[in-house]
Design a protein around this ligand. Structure first.
Ligand code: NDP
Length: 362
């Protein structure tokens, strides 16, 4: 038996109120079962929404971990190490690093027992860290697919076309900047102003070092001079802005849409401001803009092989030093960690103006 602890919830609510640390034991793996140890699992905004009960995918509440009430384990992505395998396991062995094929399996746990079929083995893990593997399947995959699947690549002229995005300092935003740089797409990036001008400047500089072409604050974007600035950097529109990535909504999203050239796409993938997306009718009538949404969970379930290939591509960029780590706030989870303290870290995820993404490491 392996002793294990998991952050579970049996009703929806705020993470600090409903998450409990549940201790249980895991038996030796049978058949195609695999026993795993946590390496690193991030706290993503969607994980909190899921616990609040406001996210469309809801993991089933079960008693399989021996909880008094039927419960679900929090977290949707992470890197794990194989510690033992059942006799029927074909493609995994002790010491392999794996990630989960689908979301919703619960990753905030020190150990897990899953079926081989639920796991993706990381080939050639040398040169990669648990953090890189534990955060590859949601944010970078989202950025990658939104850029590849909503741009007309036949039309694109490398180095002369743009994309614009808000939430540019998020995990997805940083991935989009770096993929844009790799693929010859200039990026106009919008972030929220920080407390001091120095901090704002430092954030702009940080994103430029990742490859951002231009970084502006939301406040700058919402002033009258933004239009002229866009004209100037895009050489009076000769370098068209073909794609907008929106994870904020509200006025911010409207301002992004207004910069797009005719027939371009705006892909909405988040709603951090909780404000609806409002669109001037002219953008639809005269510019023929297309407004799409993207949800990586559904996309991944429909395209499992393409998802694996996308992950492999990103990991290859990481190995060759062309894709930098996101800033993180490491939360070390050990045997002494208490439930309320771990839950408090989850609670902070939607706080805003954070220095890094919270990541559990074990
Ligand atoms: P991170 O945790 O890395 O970053 C959060 C981002 O949200 C920061 O840029 C932060 O900016 C911004 N933010 C927080 N609160 C607000 C607010 N009130 N108004 C405007 N911006 C705000 O996020 P992720 O990269 O993991 O996720 C970013 C977004 O993308 C989320 O909305 C998430 O749900 C969504 N997402 C969607 C996916 C999909 O498939 N549709 C997949 C992955 C993510 P600041 O630093 O200024 O606070």
């Amino acid at each position: 038996y392996t002793q294990a602890k998991a952050l579970v919830y049996s009703k929806y609510g705020e993470p600090k109120d409903v998450l409990n640390l549940h201790k249980h034991s895991i038996s030796a793996p049978h058949g195609t079962q695999v026993n795993l140890r946590l390496l690193a699992a991030p706290m993503n905004p969607a994980d909190v929404n899921q616990i609040q009960g406001v996210y469309p995918s809801k993991p089933p509440f079960e008693t399989s971990l021996g909880t008094v009430e039927p419960s679900a384990v929090g977290g949707n992505e992470g890197a794990f190490e194989v510690i033992s395998t059942g006799a029927g396991v074909k493609n995994l062995s002790k010491g392999d690093w794996v990630i989960m094929k689908r979301t919703g399996l619960g990753t905030w746990r020190t150990h897990a027992q899953l079926d081989e079929s639920q796991l993706i083995r990381i080939e050639n893990k040398e040169g990669l860290t648990p953090l890189q593997i534990g955060t590859v399947s949601v944010n970078p995959v989202t950025a990658y697919r939104m850029i590849r699947d909503f741009c007309d690549w036949d039309w694109m002229r490398a180095g002369e076309e743009w994309m614009i995005q808000n939430g540019a300092n998020s995990g997805v935003g940083r991935a989009a900047i770096q993929l844009g740089r790799e693929w010859g797409i200039k990026t106009l990036n919008v972030v929220r102003q920080r407390k001091t001008p120095e901090e704002t400047e430092a954030l702009k500089q940080e994103l430029k070092e990742l490859g951002a072409t231009v970084v502006v604050t939301e406040e700058e974007m919402l002033t009258g001079s933004f239009r002229d600035m866009v004209k100037e950097v895009t050489r009076q529109g000769r370098e068209p802005i073909r794609l907008a990535l929106n994870c904020v909504g509200g006025k911010n999203a409207t301002a992004l849409a207004k910069t797009l050239s005719p027939d371009s796409h705006m892909v909405t993938y988040g709603a951090m401001s909780k404000q609806p997306v409002a669109l001037p009718s002219g953008l639809l009538i005269f510019k023929n803009l297309v407004f799409d949404g993207f949800w990586v969970s559904r996309w991944g379930d429909k395209n499992p092989q393409l998802k694996e290939n996308t992950i492999k591509d990103v990991l290859q960029l990481i190995r060759t030093g062309r894709f930098k780590d996101i800033p993180v706030d490491n939360v070390e989870w050990n045997w002494k960690s208490e439930g309320p303290q771990l839950a408090e870290n989850v609670q902070g995820t939607l706080g805003g103006y954070r220095s890094g993404k919270g990541v559990f490491t074990f």
